[in-house]
Write a protein that binds this ligand. Sequence first.
Ligand code: ADP
Ligand code: GLC
Length: 550
Amino acid sequence: MAKKSTKKTTSRPAAVNSKRAKSKEAEILEDLPKKEVPTADPVEPAVEEVASEVSVESAAPEEIYTTPRKSVAFIGSECYPFVKTGGLGDVMYALPKALVKQNCDVRVILPRYKCIPWEYQEKMVYRGAFDMDLCADGSRYYVGIMEYVWDGVVYDFIDNEEFFGWGNPYTDLVQDIPKYCYFAKAALAALNYMDWIPDIIHCHDWQAALVPVYLRTQFENTALSSAKTILTIHNLRFQGVYNIPTIRYWSGLPDYVFDLGALKSGYNDANMMKGGLAYANVITTVSQTYAGEIQTPFYGDGLDGHLRYHSGKLRGIVNGIDYDIWNPSTDARLYENYDISTVLDKKKENKRKLQEELGLFQDDQKFVIGLISRLTNQKGLDLVNAILPNIMDGNTQFVVLGTGDQMYENSFRYYEGAYKGNVCSNIMYDETRAHRIYAGADALLVPSLFEPCGLTQLIAMHYGTVPIVRETGGLKDTVIPYNMFSNTGNGFTFDRYEAGLLLDAINRAKDLYFNSRWCWDEVVQRDMDKVLSWENSAKQYKELYLDLAR
Ligand code: ADP
Ligand code: GLC
């Protein structure tokens, strides 16, 4: 049964409850045989707090549901609009919102980074605080909980100046390993403290991968251990790997989790993602193709064998996009709003205004190719660099928006200078500009080396912008290649990671655009008509939750 948690709270019921739960747990722990398990109790309320006035029930929408209610705690390192560096931020925002519509009670646990804009910080309500033991030497750290409710979702921010009070969310592993050991344990301790025992704990990427490990070790005798865990892989490239002594120290986890079946990797390394995959009840990733790919050496980043071993509990569920944020007919950031019936004219107007804003030659007959991306080698930028001069034929313009590796930033700056008026390199992170490029470009390039799902091709299609993608991961699952004989499909694709094949795909797109415009226009309209919302995927996650909690 779903847990309807916080009523309108008076003074510190959560603390009282968790203390009660704790003393029982403490007894159980004492009775345990001396296994290398839980040292001190992770949850020790140390501060008298005034609980928030926030009510979870008040946030739930009034709808008739067809499946039973389930409670889910989302744990991850970023979430739009508080903090976003890529698609994980989009998913952490949109999927909980979509799950509320599937009769789920969702709490999202996030770090309270200093960089979260003040407009959100000031709305957070203090929910309580306690001290938690973390490290192998018993060092204790403050855990504050700040709460914010929005669109039916409760956001609980873990507050700790030492870990989150400075810099960007991600810096380097020396900083990030302690930070996310702390975060994983603090997230569970906060749930315990709030006495909110979810049916499912849904963790995202390596930053939350220790959650299932903590749950089945240091929290195994707490009420929380009834919860089932899911670990979703958004990007297997990042795994949280460091030497065993460091991770053992910071996590305070027992020695037996540092074996080859769980965290240990290679001779003396610990891999947080690997441990999470071993301990989670279910592993998901963000497309079916990527779920298969990561079981091969090329895409598996050293974990392909581990994933093959756990393949029985691995599945792919493709991402969607949030139609409230990504909707060309209401998007306030666009110069001109449009829908499927007006796209052909209005896209031209958006294109001209975009060209003007970016200092490009203003001509709506030019074929404008966009690229919106983190600038890393994951995104196929070596191919783009190799062929860019070949596509600059006087009728084509190229607009890139992104930040990342210096090498790519500089090469795009170079091309802007070399093709003044036809290439524009926006080396920056800018949401508004992203929306305007999605609306004003004719095609969007996503030639990734690997792509777990990819959201930019989905957003592009929804904005009537035709994707040109490599057939990998979620790109393969979401873009149906254009077929010139049947005049079907959503975009232009190529398979092997070769510059010549990317050039060929772009040329096929240009050929259709310049020589068979009516067919091109049909692709545009077909793309806008494609269902890309979160609804279907949220239903699949809900099914998974029901199966797991059964
Ligand atoms: P990844 O998560 O690998 O970076 P995705 O395609 O899943 O790739 O998601 C990228 C998200 O980040 C999209 O919402 C995209 O619009 C956004 N994005 C990427 N780079 C920028 C940028 N420079 N400015 C604004 N938004 C960006
Ligand atoms: C990752 C992947 C991207 C995916 C996103 C959200 O950052 O690189 O392909 O769309 O996560 O799941």
